[in-house]
Design a protein around this ligand. Structure first.
Ligand code: FES
Length: 248
């Protein structure tokens, strides 16, 4: 499975053709525009019950614009049905607005790789836990298999909490993503997860701030994150369930 993961060093060429956008409404949904593809994506676990790969699922019909629920209470998931008004949802955005590399709170240095970490962005997808952890693998990155696995684990981190960097060039390894959105499902934990925003989609706050465009970020859709608009893993404690069949 791991052999199938493609990654490459970020190029700046692709930025020019981006067109999707997400505008966050105050105490309401995410307004998505630009015909962004939307599908389900499920965390698959190994024999030790640790996440090892992603599996794509249902694709939603193409739409130029749509509104995705942010309060976690819609009866028409994943779309907003107006329940955020009646449930009194407060969607105040409290996340750090600095760029990722200005927020880095730890950097693990290895012989061939470095691994940067912004823990507050953790969506608890847990891909970093296998094979002794992404941090230990980075420290042993003079071993080709350890290096490859560390890169794969960082690239599988949906929130972009972890970024693997080439030791010499300092460039980030990133998966090749088109602009798209995935609704995360986590059957091992019995919960639905965040919206995985891929491919440097522009995200604007409810007060007009443009968040840094990143290849991987996760937006809260259970309504419970303490780091809105980003996911902080609270969907696990709150038992968020969007009705996906993999959770039955
Ligand atoms: S944000 Fe509108 S129903 Fe959840």
């Amino acid at each position: 499975m791991e052999d199938n993961i493609k990654f490459n060093v970020i190029t700046h060429m692709k930025k020019e053709i981006k067109k999707g956008k997400i505008i966050i409404s105050k105490d309401g949904p995410y307004f998505v525009s630009g015909n962004l593809p939307l599908e389900k994506e499920t965390i698959i676990t190994d024999e030790e019950r640790l996440p090892c790969e992603w599996k794509k699922g249902k694709k939603y019909p193409e739409q130029e614009t749509y509104a995705l629920c942010r309060c976690g209470k819609s009866k028409n998931m994943p779309y907003c049905d107006g329940t955020h008004v009646t449930c009194g949802f407060k969607g105040t955005e409290t996340a750090d607005r600095r760029k990722y590399f200005e927020q880095v709170d730890s950097k693990t240095e290895g012989p061939e790789l470095d691994l940067t970490d912004v823990e507050s962005l953790c969506a608890r997808a847990r891909f970093c836990e296998r094979k002794g952890s992404a941090w230990n693998l980075t420290e042993n990155s003079d071993d080709p298999l350890a290096k490859k696995t560390a890169i794969e684990q960082a690239c599988n981190c949906p929130s972009g909490r972890l970024v693997a960097l080439d030791k010499e060039t300092k460039k980030a390894y990133e998966p090749e993503f088109e602009e798209s959105l995935s609704l995360v499902e986590d059957p091992e934990m019995g919960v639905s997860g965040p919206i995985w925003v891929k491919g440097r989609v522009q995200i604007k706050s409810s007060d007009g701030h443009s968040y840094e465009k990143r290849n991987r970020v996760t937006l809260c859709r259970c309504g419970q994150s303490g780091n809105k608009p980003f996911c902080d893993g609270s969907h696990i404690e709150s038992g968020f369930d969007d009705g996906d069949e993999t959770l039955k």
